[in-house]
Design a protein around this ligand. Sequence first.
Ligand code: ADP
Length: 202
Amino acid sequence: MTLIIGLTGGIGSGKSAATALFEELGAAIVDTDVIAHALTAPGGGAIAPIRAAFGDEVIDARGALDRAAMRRKVFADADAKARLEGILHPMIRAEADRGCAAPGDAPYVVLVVPLLAESGGYRKRARRIVVVDCPEEVQVARVMSRSGLTAEEARAIMAAQTSRQARLAIADDIIDNGGDLSALRPQVEALHRRYLEMAAVS
Ligand code: ADP
């Protein structure tokens, strides 16, 4: 059985930065955000069912999901979000399962799920959960400088996610990314060594 490590963290915590280091060390990466993006890009597998459910107006000229138009629909129609998720979530799960089942030469898989704490299904797939953690004020600052959002907008996104405490409660391993970026690599390297050992005996 392939060793699957679930990786999560709040917005701006440093999931992408940590994931890039695991990838550099040789782990296979299966990222549900990347899968969701591909499914809703031009030619993506979710475009036809989304068009059938919501009409041409949510598909842009390139054939991708028009996120702004979709947001307007979700805002106007309480069921739209659940219907969209009803289309996307099973497709994302199926694609993630395919990726986890085909790690190639990689010794283990890092399954990146931003909402892992909210999702029992993905948690069950992971043998271990690693949480990328930093103080909430640091998250706000990073999200503001990365996305140009205001502090209020950053906080609103964070308020819709699991709390820092609830995320830490599901962690087997914690990466402390509240400090300098240079402190990230040694922590990822130490975990990588442990995961290699776990993979070797599994
Ligand atoms: P996530 O994927 O969890 O949303 P990212 O890895 O994209 O977070 O990091 C959010 C932003 O903060 C990015 O612009 C990233 O370059 C930056 N960042 C990540 N870790 C650090 C760190 N330790 N120090 C400073 N900036 C960081």
